[in-house]
Design a protein around this ligand. Sequence first.
Ligand code: IMP
Ligand code: MG
Length: 181
Amino acid sequence: MLSVSSNDGKINIYSQEILISREEISQRVEELGRQISTDYQGSELHLVGVLNGAFIFLADLVRQLNIPCQICFLQASSYKEQKVSSGEVTLMHNLDLSGKHVLVVEDIFDSGLTLRSILEDLQVQKPLSIEICALLSKIIPDKLPVKVKYIGFEIEDRFVVGYGLDFAEKYREVPHITCLD
Ligand code: IMP
Ligand code: MG
């Protein structure tokens, strides 16, 4: 068993409660892939992965698509080693999405601040269409009203890591989704 230290003290990440198992993730990613392939049949889809958290989800999702697609990334950061958003979102990219069908692929829709900033930023480029796919969505009362067309799982308001999601850049490699608290 791997033992790792975090700001919370010494914890064994593999003995924490598993919220979503790797089997459940893989089944849901397959379903999402089927749904997205059906919805975009006959078009080329431009997937924009949100780094760093969405890298594993995007890699698994694209292998479940049966439509032509192009893959690119943007970098978004807001948390700065804390569990609560700093409220400021920094975006970095070099994308040109004008006239493309765009699907933004994100790890988690929490307050909606990050996704709202991404949408505002990318809409300026006048894509033909733009939708969002988030692996997780937290059930919280004061979410921003961002339209997220594809959601993998709705989860309660707890801090989760694994399958790409981190706390202070740690635990992204854990193959399931687990709670830190
Ligand atoms: P939002 O801007 O509040 O919607 O937060 C979105 C971003 O915060 C995500 O892209 C994640 O990087 C990060 N985030 C939010 N909740 C969690 C969590 O429970 N675990 C890990 N990262 C999270
Ligand atoms: Mg993220």
